[in-house]
Design a binder for this molecule. Structure first.
Ligand code: ARG
Length: 458
């Protein structure tokens, strides 16, 4: 299709390195949609005849049916999806097919096709993330009173509720979704009509094409239009951050499912056995979500490196933009689905969690806070006194709330048995009523707000 000025055809190797059909065939629907919009505009503007436009339209319909049924038949000598469609169109309708490429180039064509594809990918992901958020909110509500250890440095720190813990992931995903929504808004300008790089001398109507393809407006600069891959990078960066969040939840599930923790039983549907150890039950799905996050971040880095330092406008390097996005999207979709399934069905061992929440003197802060509140001791001094109480409890081999009265008074005369009631894990979580805190009532409030927000953007 570009052989006019060449005496010899490309070498086999050139064909091989040049061909992108093996992966860009995933753009066939977008390519046909963009060609339809372009042909309709060309005839509306009197650039091609209505007759030719009708023939093109019919031919494109037929190709769409063929691809739908039998997939795209690959021919490496036809390089990419754009040439495959045009070639087949020529076979079907003859020379009129050659008019479709008036006032456009593969450079603006591929940018348009790819944007349409990424836009759909974003819509899919935001929808799937919603399902996961729904699942998290449901499980959080169920466990709004279930006490578990809250960790810092993976050391038991203070008791929290499982509902609160799950809602932390809801918040992460809320930010992820807003990043995807943001990326979609920024993406939604149509590059078609920028032609090769400089625009075109034909009297095209770019606004009409943009509208027909669901874009908000045409892009403003033809050079930028054909060389911009920000939309793909925006997608990959949002995907990376989302995958990082999923990997953290996956990691917690893996830890929690291990015997020393025993916080959860992962359902059979998301576990595998071992071929040698009959007792084993491995959290493979969670481990793969954790692994996939690395590959998604790798895909993001790949495209960053491909784009780095490219001069304006289009360079063939940019053909390498698609595989990272396709790979990341497939992995992310699978990861979200797997994590959703796990969240929906995981069994929380709340008794075991409650026991663990009480370990490690997790309510020592509550003792210090009591000294500040009731005995008006400055916090720093209260911290010190509490340290001595922890030491004493360890010496006696008791939890803080079982310290005898005389031991308390020995540590500090301002301590008395009244304070013991604030040291249970339940009293501790109930007292954390500050905005965003772990108290069941605070978490209930956040859950109600989350449900409302999820309904609103359904
Ligand atoms: N297959 C190419 C790509 O994906 C389409 C654009 C080709 N443009 C060109 N001037 N060779 O980037």
């Amino acid at each position: 299709m570009w052989g006019g000025r060449f005496a010899d055809g490309p070498s086999a190797l050139m064909r091989e390195i040049n061909a992108s059909i093996a992966f860009d065939k995933r753009l066939w629907q977008q390519d046909i949609a963009a060609s339809r919009a372009h042909a309709a505009m060309l005839s509306a503007q009197g650039i091609i005849s209505q007759e030719d436009a009708d023939a093109i339209e019919e031919g494109l319909d037929r190709i769409a049916d063929e691809y739908e049924e039998g997939g795209v038949t690959e021919d490496a000598s036809l390089e990419d999806i754009h040439m495959h469609v045009e070639h087949r169109l020529t076979q079907l309708i003859g020379p009129a097919a050659g008019r479709l490429h008036t006032a456009r180039s593969r450079n603006d064509q591929v940018a348009t096709d790819f944007k349409l594809w990424v836009r759909e990918a974003i819509d899919d992901v935001t929808e799937e993330l919603r399902r996961l958020q729904d699942a998290l909110v449901d499980r959080a509500e169920e466990h709004v009173e279930s006490v578990m250890p809250g960790f810092t440095h993976l050391q038991v720190a203070q008791p929290v509720t499982l509902g609160h813990h799950l809602m932390a992931y809801y918040e992460m995903l809320r930010r992820d979704r807003s990043r995807f929504v943001d990326a979609r808004t920024r993406l939604n300008e149509c590059p078609l009509g920028a032609a090769a790089l400089a625009g075109t001398s034909f009297p095209i109507d770019r606004a009409a094409v943009a509208l027909a393809l669901g874009f908000d407006r045409p892009t403003a600069n033809s050079l930028d239009s054909v060389s911009d891959r920000d939309f793909a990078l925006d997608y990959l960066m949002a995907a990376t951050q989302c995958a990082l969040h999923l990997s953290r939840l996956a990691e917690e599930f893996i830890l929690w499912a291990s015997q020393p923790f025993g916080f959860i039983a992962l359902p059979d549907a998301y576990s595998t056995g071992s071929s040698i150890m009959p007792q084993k039950r491995n959290p493979d799905a969670a481990e793969l979500v954790r692994g996939h996050s690395g590959r998604i971040a790798g895909a993001m880095t790949a495209l960053v490196m491909v784009m780095k330092g490219l001069p304006l406008a289009y360079s063939k390097d940019m053909q390498d933009d698609k595989q990272p996005v396709f790979e990341a999207h497939d992995l992310l979709a699978l990861s979200i689905a797997a994590i959703s399934g796990m969240v929906e069905t995981v069994e929380f061992q709340t008794e075991r969690m409650r026991e663990a929440a009480a370990s490690g003197h997790s309510t020592a802060t509550d003792l210090a806070d009591w000294l500040v509140r009731v005995a008006k001791v400055p916090f720093r001094e209260a911290h010190h006194i509490t340290g001595r109480a922890v030491q004493m409890a360890d010496q006696l081999g008791k939890p803080l709330w079982e310290l005898p009265g005389d031991a308390l008074r020995e540590i500090d005369p301002r301590l008395d048995e009244q304070l013991l009631s604030v040291l249970s894990v339940d009293a501790s979580v109930r007292s954390r009523t500050s905005h965003g805190g772990t108290a069941p009532d605070a978490v209930r409030g956040r859950i109600a707000a989350a449900r409302k927000a999820l309904e609103l953007d359904a």
